[in-house]
Design a protein around this ligand. Structure first.
Ligand code: NAD
Ligand code: GDU
Length: 332
């Protein structure tokens, strides 16, 4: 009874693997290392280098490792890149997910947990965003994830497999014990970028627009600590194993911070007053995205431990410093 974690050499997958191991589960990680790192695979997890779209490999490893459930993190994650290379995103996020779902169904896997995104909502008319708001993604990235959600919904009706698609809001921070953190080679995420500016890896930070209809003109997001998110996956697995019905669930705390508030927190926690410049709006950024976060608490019994911006920032900064001392350069 082992959990297959695709993308487990990446940021969120490595934290989920840690949470599973901490909960006493056996873990096999499948990652093609296109973005992840071999050193990010937690001690105690088996590792297979390969592609989550490789049906034959999947069938073999499911049998060889007695896989009973799949957590599917592998994918391409940069929204603006998906606008430039949409077909790459549909291939990696949708076509490869189809192959994985096929292998799962053919091998009799009964539980499937999928990394989805608040990006499926596009530009919602209001916040907080509830799961039954319409899916109207505005980027190929969001559409590629929405399509996988729909495949899983249909497959779960036709086959003996239940699933949970967790729609993450803005994931940030790092393992409190320092075992993993944000490692993506092309990080675009605000708290990562601000942490890099605070630790001298970047000369400055740019604010993408300050003329949004928010209290200080900058965009508001619901930042969720990666370890709280990882725990939601462990709970989702228990829920499915106990016969829970298939569902989609937002993962956020239900509150938001503006870009300026995040920058202030990073400056405050780090004690570094790094330069900040104002830049043009980034295309496709909605003004405010805040999760309606009741479902994940009610259905999974999820109780976040790190719902505190300073704590999230502290852990992100500690991780950046540890990367520097390990001389692991996360090239921008
Ligand atoms: N980071 C966020 O804020 C965020 C928000 C919403 C959803 N998500 C989703 O969460 C998942 C994990 O994101 P992350 O931030 O950890 O990204 P990441 O890039 O750190 O991790 C993704 C991992 O998947 C691997 N991978 C990519 N394509 C693969 C393939 N075809 N076969 C095998 N391995 C492959 C990469 O090498 C990498 O290790 C993604 O599916 C992403 O869309 C992330
Ligand atoms: O250097 C930067 C980086 C970001 N921002 C701003 O900070 C906010 C957050 O941006 P991120 O890039 O950190 O995150 P996004 O909200 O764009 O997107 C993230 O969350 C989404 C869901 O809300 C999707 O899941 C997506 O995959 C994930 O990258 C945005 O207003 C952005 O314009 C800046 O001002 N400067």
């Amino acid at each position: 009874m082992t959990v297959l974690v695709t993308g487990g050499a990446g940021y969120i997958g490595s934290h989920a693997a840690l949470a599973l191991l901490d909960a006493g589960r056996k873990v096999v990680i499948l990652d093609n290392l296109s973005q992840g790192h071999r050193w990010a695979v937690p001690a105690g997890a088996a590792f297979i280098e390969g592609d989550c779209g490789d049906y034959d490999l999947l069938r073999r490893l499911i049998t060889d490792h007695d896989i009973s459930a799949i957590m599917h993190f592998a994918g391409s994650i940069i929204v603006p890149e998906s606008v430039v290379y949409p077909l790459d995103y549909y291939y990696n996020n949708t076509v490869n997910s189809r192959a994985l779902a096929q292998a799962a169904v053919d091998a009799g896997i009964r539980h499937f947990i999928f990394s989805s995104t608040a990006g499926v909502y596009g530009e919602p008319a209001k916040t907080p965003i509830l799961e039954d708001f319409p899916s109207k993604p505005i980027s190929p990235y969001g559409t590629s994830k929405m399509m996988t959600e729909k495949m899983l919904a249909d497959a779960s009706i036709a086959h003996d497999m239940n699933y949970v698609a967790l729609r993450y809001f803005n994931v940030a921070g790092a393992d409190p014990k320092g075992r993993s953190g944000q490692t993506s080679r092309k990080a675009t995420h605000l708290i990562k970028i601000a942490s890099q500016a605070a630790t001298g890896l970047r000369p400055h930070l740019e604010i993408y627009g300050d003329d949004y209809e928010t209290h200080d003109g900058t965009c508001i997001r619901d930042y969720i600590h990666v370890s709280d998110l990882a725990n939601a996956h462990v709970l989702a697995l228990e829920y499915l194993e106990n016969g829970g019905e298939s569902d989609v669930m937002n993962c956020g705390y239900g509150r938001g911070f503006s870009v300026r508030e995040v920058i202030a927190a990073v400056k405050d926690v780090s004690g570094v007053d790094f330069p900040v410049k104002l830049a043009e709006r980034r295309p496709g950024d909605p003004a405010a995205l805040i999760a309606g976060a009741d479902r994940v608490r009610e259905k999974l019994g999820w109780k976040p431990q790190h719902d505190n911006l300073e704590v999230i920032v502290r852990h992100a900064l500690d991780w950046e410093v540890s990367l520097k001392t390990r001389q692991v350069v996360d090239a921008a």
